[in-house]
Design a protein around this ligand. Structure first.
Ligand SMILES: O=C(O)CCC(=O)C(=O)O
Length: 348
């Protein structure tokens, strides 16, 4: 029995939507040798292989076969690393409180930047990617997103990307980013997280006001998030927002939300009672902001016709302690690194 690859999945030949991208399987075929349908590709403990040469996918081009994927074993089973619940987190002996940057031997930042970060809890904007790099990164993400959606996942589900894609493992080491982060965190820095927050046009999802440390089994609270704009982000397409000075209150009380239209499920009420008026994190593709793990931030639903995607990259001082196997996610991007597992670059 012969079945062509084109019969796998439910990709129409001409996609009318914004995804002018066709996806084919590189090796797996939809039917086994006995002609029985194979189970759908599952992303658990696997990662995507995007083309043999990792060619970018150009959204502007005509529909064509530009992206391929197959299951790959991952050296770190990232999907098996648990996300502890609030009650599990409350039992950990975490040291929680803003650790001011001492900012010595600065490479990119100035003493004024360090003072501003300590005062308000964030800095922006900085240029990381030149226009060509930004276009290529966006095209790469377009392909990843198309593949994840084809696999039934959402636009918010692409996390721990540095351990799924060699390209992202390299991107999180970009000197323009790491120099700025090391100016804040000191000479020894690990990257332990990378997560695309991709708001599709009109997807209705908001990110409630929260502090990142609420979710993380890490101590002390010395993680800086870089939000790298993949698309231009502005108020129209629901850029992230910060509450200046809210990082100085330790962990702030929150409620669990059970709304379907939220991306995260813990929400702080009356955020501006913990700081100044909210500020927009408006960035051009290729620019980034940095914020403390204790700063309140969130974003509204994207009611525009434009996608808004950012890659959040989590960097910690290397002496930060972890629980629940989270050390397996982190690798040293600058200096030397404490107890982190240092997973190597994915080979695809
Ligand atoms: O991209 C957003 O709107 C929110 C990002 C976020 O919550 C984070 O960086 O932790």
């Amino acid at each position: 029995m012969c079945h062509s690859q084109a019969s796998f999945g439910n990709l129409p030949r001409n996609r009318p939507s914004t995804f002018h991208t066709a996806i084919t399987l590189l090796e797996a075929t939809p039917f086994d040798s006995g002609g029985n349908p194979r189970p759908r590709v599952c992303l658990s403990d696997t990662c995507l292989l995007l083309g043999k040469s990792r060619m970018p996918v150009m959204l502007d081009s005509e529909p064509q076969t530009v992206l391929r994927y197959k299951e790959q074993p991952m050296s770190v089973k990232v999907d098996a690393i648990p996300n502890p619940s609030p009650s599990q987190l409350s039992q950990l002996p975490r040291q929680i409180g803003f650790v001011p940057s001492t900012g010595s031997q600065l490479k990119i930042l100035t003493a004024n930047h360090i003072k501003q970060y300590n005062d308000v809890g964030y800095l922006m904007p900085f240029n990381a990617l030149d226009p060509a790099e930004a276009r290529e990164t966006r095209a790469f993400f377009d392909g990843v997103l198309a593949a994840f959606i084809e696999l039934g996942r959402t636009s918010y589900s692409i996390n721990t990307a540095h351990l799924r894609f060699a390209r992202i493992y390299e991107l999180v080491q970009h000197p323009k980013i790491v120099d700025a982060v090391a100016d804040l965190l000191g000479p020894n820095v690990v990257c332990w997280g990378s997560h695309f927050f991709c708001k599709m046009p009109h997807d209705g999802k908001r990110v409630p006001w929260h502090q990142d440390s609420t979710y993380w089994p890490l101590s002390p609270t010395k993680t800086v998030t870089v939000w790298l704009a993949i698309d231009d982000a502005d108020p129209e397409n629901a850029n992230m927002k910060f509450i200046p000075r809210s990082h100085l209150h330790g962990l702030i009380d929150y409620d669990e939300t059970h709304e379907v239209d939220t991306v995260l499920d813990l929400a702080v009420k009356n955020p501006t009672s913990y700081g100044d008026a909210e500020v927009d994190v408006a960035l051009k593709a290729g620019q980034f902001s940095m914020h403390s793990d204790l700063l309140l931030h969130g974003s509204e639903a994207n009611v525009s016709d434009r996608r808004r995607c950012g890659l959040t990259i989590r960097y910690a001082a290397a002496d930060v302690t972890t629980w629940y196997d989270w050390h397996k996610k982190g690798f040293v991007v600058r200096g030397i690194g404490g107890h982190w597992a240092n997973p190597s670059k994915p080979d695809h």
